[in-house]
Design a protein around this ligand. Structure first.
Ligand SMILES: C[S@@+](CC[C@H](N)C(=O)[O-])C[C@H]1O[C@@H](n2cnc3c(N)ncnc32)[C@H](O)[C@@H]1O
Length: 339
């Protein structure tokens, strides 16, 4: 059992660790050190264009949280955890770090106590004068980091979604549509796992128009995957099944019902919808969803929900809830609805 004072002190200083990590990722430190040979702070400072003395102190702190290993002579090597913050790692979490600890998301959290006092969930508006997706359209720098971070999240989440849906019979599904599917990472994972499937990825025109970042052409799946620019609040393409990953948590209940109703109108065949989210666990069960929920409070109009709350949204939109499916560790879940 942790000492209560140690516990609280650790929580108070939690953000220091994530900001130290962020600075390392933003400066490209992890891209310029190796797991095989040590690089000195001076050499690294030259490579990334930084001040050697201040950089050394950052590197020492990064080593202190397990992302680098310090050797004699102010030299550093990469650890297995640090390697996940390189841009070129297949499972890279760098973009996630740049988004979640970057200037925009850092700034919105400071409005949390005032929002809770006022009962108005609008930190992005308080800070930037616009909701997050509008801000992303106006500020391409934020928009790019956001979209890359979504792919970064998907590297892990696509596996979890597939594990959760391992027992689901995809044989009758000919066309699967990922609604607001970003650059199509999740869709490609399903196309690779089910050779008979054809995929549609719907997202905002600016997102699917960023051709260089789309996954299907990169993975040789372009002939089975169509990217559609559109607005899920207006209409979605017909499909036998829909996926919504990290979408409903962006929106309030009425907005979610509007999205789910559009899917219900368009669905064909046996018709299913898969809601892939961090599903809130029961009272007194610690869960990442309960923390992510506070981030969503700051970020937009959305929230994290329990399985029962997702079932209620499905019912309001004309779907029949079929219950949740979970990977072994239950960090995320898939709530299924049938037409
Ligand atoms: C939290 S991200 C999730 C992306 C993707 N599903 C994933 O898990 O990586 C939300 C996505 O919703 C898209 N989006 C926002 N408003 C939309 C709309 N009205 N119609 C379609 N897509 C929308 C954004 O562009 C973004 O890609």
């Amino acid at each position: 059992m942790t000492d209560p004072a140690e516990h609280v002190v650790d929580l108070i200083f939690g953000r220091w660790r994530s900001q130290i990590l962020y600075a390392g990722a933003a400066l490209g430190v992890f891209d310029h050190v190796s797991a095989d040979r040590a690089t000195t702070a001076t050499a690294l400072a030259q490579a990334i264009g930084a001040d050697a003395a201040l950089l050394y102190r950052l590197l020492r702190a990064l080593a202190s949280i397990g992302l680098l290993r310090e050797q004699e002579g102010q030299a550093f090597m990469l650890t297995a955890s640090g390697a996940l913050l390189r841009a070129d790692d297949a499972r890279s979490l760098r973009a996630m770090a740049l988004l979640e600890e970057g200037p925009e998301h850092y700034a919105i959290w400071k409005h949390l106590p005032a929002m809770i006092r006022d009962g108005r969930q609008n930190a992005f508006v308080r800070e930037f004068g616009a909701m997050a997706f509008d801000h992303a359209r106006a500020d391409r720098g934020y928009g790019d980091v956001f979209n890359q971070a979504m792919t970064s999240y998907s590297a892990l989440q696509s596996q979890w979604a597939q594990e959760a849906l391992a027992g689901f019979d995809f044989a009758p599904v000919k066309t699967l549509c990922d609604v607001a599917g970003g650059h199509g990472h999740l869709m490609c994972a399903f196309l690779q796992a089910h050779a008979h499937l054809k995929g549609i990825v719907l997202d905002l025109p600016a997102v699917v128009g960023d051709r260089e970042r789309l996954w299907a052409p990169k993975l040789g799946l372009a002939d089975r995957c169509t990217y559609v620019g559109g607005d899920m609040f207006k209409a979605v393409p017909p499909a036998d099944a829909y996926m919504l990953k990290l979408i409903l948590h962006d929106w309030n209940d009425d907005e979610c019902v509007a999205i789910l109703s559009n899917l219900r109108r368009a669905v064909t065949g046996e018709g299913h919808v898969f809601i892939i989210e961090h599903v809130v666990s029961g009272p007194d069960q610690p869960h990442f969803a309960k923390l992510f929920d506070i981030h969503m409070m700051c970020w937009g109009t959305g929230r994290e929900r329990t399985e029962a709350e997702y079932d209620a949204l499905l019912t309001r939109a004309g779907w029949t809830p079929l219950g949740g499916r979970y990977p072994s560790h239950r960090t995320m879940g898939v709530v299924v609805g049938a037409a």
